[in-house]
Design a protein around this ligand. Sequence first.
Ligand code: SAM
Ligand code: SF4
Length: 333
Amino acid sequence: MLIDTHGRVATDLRVSLTDRCNLRCTYCMPEEGLAWLAKSELLTDDEIVRLIRIAVTRLGVTEVRFTGGEPLLRPGLVGIVDRVARLAPRPRISLTTNGIGLARTADVLREAGLDRVNVSLDTLRPEVFKALTRRDRLSDVTAGLAAASRAGLVPVKVNTVLMPGLNEDEAPDLLAWALDHDYELRFIEQMPLDAQHGWQRTGMITAGDVLASLRTRFALEPEQSQERGSAPAERWIVNGGPGRVGVIGSVTRPFCAACDRTRLTADGQVRNCLFAREETDLRAALRSEGDPAHVDEEVVRLWRAAMWAKKPGSGLDDPSFLQPDRPMSAIGG
Ligand code: SAM
Ligand code: SF4
């Protein structure tokens, strides 16, 4: 198992497949993009599958979520999903994507073994989409969502970040639209993980703000079993059900005590937290010469040690908090 000194067990592996992206969301990346990783620095498809095999067969991982950057930009994605779906025990496999290209790939990903998708969408207004992502691609995202639903990649979850002055008034419209399409909407508080270091606590839209805004149009009841467990979203029943909405208060309502995540960056570094300032290099271990069984053993040892050192919390509330050097797009959100 991947256990830490606070007794938490990591079973949910987030794998970043690339740090590149075809959008430039203002809360994530600067307009000009970032200095992308070189091809030689990226894990190969074989290396990714090997690390996931070790995680699943040796370290107790039961959920694998592919992310990035934009994971649909990874040429080998379908093959990777297919190979991971053949592992025993088979992990649940999901994808966090901006949805561009999903209209073309949803069916083939489903056939390869993908179980579910989370699509990020912050607005239904084309001009706001353009301002938020710096690209005019809203219709590609909604087409991707529809295709995911048709392909059975369900429940289709939609992740939304509200930004002051841009889409902060859109929560009720987004919820009405999501209920209408049978998508499960989750609002996520903006976190200090942007490459530009522009996040300010005072400016952010909080979970409390989101709930107040939704309540202007909907009745919200906390979900019966308000057993949040390791799920970061607090879920609410909308207008008596069956619709639900989730609110993820990563900053104001942290869920670190129940965290079950471990993260692998596209260049093969293990991170025990989104906000960690240390990484453990599995790529160097994988690329070292040696008997493959010994290399696997070394990866197991390094991964366990990385998780053992996980801090109790994100440190966001500590005055000495320092934003991690790598932004969300490079860590894998
Ligand atoms: N490109 C894919 C996407 O947008 O879904 C996957 C990677 S993206 C980094 C994963 C998620 O992180 C998205 O839902 C995005 O909205 C969210 N995200 C990015 N930067 C964030 C920030 N500073 N605070 C909160 N969420 C953020
Ligand atoms: Fe790209 Fe996702 Fe970051 Fe937006 S949030 S810039 S889609 S990686």
